[in-house]
Design a protein around this ligand. Structure first.
Ligand code: FAD
Length: 468
């Protein structure tokens, strides 16, 4: 499937600019290169200069914009906080960037319907704090939750650490209101927790990465807030022992809220910037969280420790309640910055494999690093088989750059051979677009192209991204 860029407008004309000036008066339109540059990059470290940036304050402006863009065949690239890891918000194929960050109201949080209505620009952690005040819980927790938005999370179907027990963003989206090319509004789903009338357009929007419509409102599902939580950290002398410990937890009938893992390369990186609690020679660390009612939790922690002890950890630490848990989770958050101790550049892949294949997967990724003489750190959401594979190298060294690319492709091949996926949560965007056909069959891609054609017949929305 190829991007449909040929029929699109090749640039902005003076007439186009006049239209945008009228629709987005004052600071609603940005055209200065030094101000636009920040809207051309995201956390994938890719960047491209937008032709212009618009910052709508109302849905009416977005409707008008999409009416005009369809008529003019103007490419549009929706954007929020730009924390995406695959270049989804980068205008790599040109076009006008549409920042919906100013649509940022929490419209309703309802403890009777157990749902909330929000605009896309609301920051995830700020929304969670508001729900908690009403003893309600919005579980999706990408590590970027303090800096990313609900709209971005829905558009990428963001995952997170709590996915083992609670699922990912997709599982909490009841409705999506989106403006489509031509200015049509699609109000899919709603406040009911069940709805089987027609095809599930809501789910289609989730993870669509700005290729089907521009969201203006989201209806999200909420749960009762768990009363308390606890965290256990366990270190192991071998990778196999750690993964055996993880299996033992599931076998004991415990469903942890989070089950994170770090291999010896990730542990070494952290040890270079912080005093670590595990002994020398540690080859893998597990970090597990459980939550529930205060009375049931103490018993759950004992069962968790018993299950982990079957695999003979060399160190077992626990934290009861957020204050004691925080230092243990701080270690997890250091992995990404610590990886730069091992090299100035990295490719952060996020493959996922079936749970039973995690040992084979991690051993294979480590072997790929060793064969190519490149640091490969594996860590992440072990509980749902979503392994972050950081390929650490020096981009200034041509040879290392080439070996890092070989590693990346070998990692994808290994994950796919185990029945996995090349991306568990970051999406394909522009960084993995070239590899989509390694995973999706011609039939799947043809069906997706047909769906794209129905929503966006001229291909103006986020051209050239992922599967498009
Ligand atoms: C430190 C760090 C940790 C991270 N951890 C995780 C993690 O644990 N799990 C995870 O899944 N991801 C993670 N990410 C990736 C990233 O945070 C998520 O992809 C996030 O959902 C992006 O949100 P955003 O607001 O930054 O959106 P952006 O990056 O601005 O945009 C993301 C996508 O949404 C589209 N979009 C923007 N606005 C709209 C709109 N109004 N309507 C329709 N589409 C739109 C864009 O075109 C783009 O394709 C992490 C990133 C960082 C930097």
């Amino acid at each position: 499937m190829t991007a449909r860029t040929t029929a699109l407008a090749p640039s902005l004309t003076p007439a186009h600019l006049r239209f945008l000036e009228q629709l987005f008066p004052g600071d609603g339109l940005v055209t200065q290169p030094e101000e636009m540059a920040v809207y051309g990059a995201d956390s994938s470290r890719r960047s491209a200069m937008p032709w212009a940036v618009v910052r709508p304050r109302t849905e009416e402006q977005i409707v008008e914009l999409l009416r005009w863009a369809e008529a003019e065949k103007m490419p549009l690239v929706p954007r929020l906080r730009g924390t995406g890891m695959s270049g989804g918000a980068v205008p790599a194929f040109g076009g006008v960037v549409v920042s919906t960050l100013w649509l940022n109201r929490v419209l309703d949080i309802d403890g009777d319907d157990f749902c909330a209505e929000v605009e896309p620009g609301v920051v995830t952690a700020e929304f969670q704090a508001l729900t908690q005040k009403q003893k309600l819980f919005y579980p999706p927790d990408p590590a970027s939750l303090k800096i990313s938005t609900l709209g971005g999370n829905v558009s990428t179907c963001a995952g997170g650490m709590r996915a083992v027990k609670y699922g990912v963003t997709r599982d909490y989206v009841l409705g999506v209101r989106a403006v489509l090319p031509g200015g049509r509004i699609c109000d899919a789903g709603g406040r009911t927790h069940k709805n089987v009338v027609g095809l599930d357009l809501t789910r289609l929007f989730v993870g669509s990465c700005g290729t089907l419509g521009i969201f203006t409102k989201l209806t999200l599902k909420l749960l009762p807030l768990p009363e308390s939580s606890a965290t256990v950290l366990a270190a192991f002398p071998t990778l196999v022992a750690a993964l055996e410990g993880a299996r033992g937890v599931f076998r004991a009938g415990i469903l942890p809220t989070a089950m994170e893992f770090m291999d010896h390369v990730a542990c070494r990186g952290i040890g270079m910037i912080k005093d670590v609690p595990w002994p020398e020679g540690t080859k893998a660390v597990l970090l597990l969280k459980v939550d529930g009612s205060a009375s049931a939790l103490a018993e759950e922690v004992i069962r968790l420790e018993r299950a982990l002890n079957q695999a003979s950890p060399t160190c077992l630490l626990k934290g009861l309640g957020p204050k004691e848990e925080e230092p243990l989770w701080e270690i997890r958050r250091l992995i990404s910055p610590a990886s730069f101790q091992l090299g100035p550049d990295k490719m952060g892949e996020d493959v996922a494999v079936p749970r039973s294949k995690t040992v084979e997967a991690v051993e294979g990724f480590q072997a790929i690093g060793a064969e190519n003489g490149i640091h490969v750190a594996c860590y992440g959401h072990l509980g749902d088989g979503n392994i972050h594979v950081n390929i650490i190298f020096d981009a200034a060294d041509e040879d290392q750059r080439a070996r890092a690319k070989l590693c990346k492709e070998a990692v994808f091949r290994h994950a796919l051979a185990l029945g996995g996926t090349i991306s568990g949560e970051h999406g394909t965007g522009i960084t993995k677009g070239a590899y989509v056909s390694w995973q999706l069959s011609a039939t799947e891609r043809e069906l997706m192209a047909g769906i794209k054609q129905v929503f966006d017949p001229s291909g103006i929305l986020n051209p050239g991204k992922g599967w498009v």
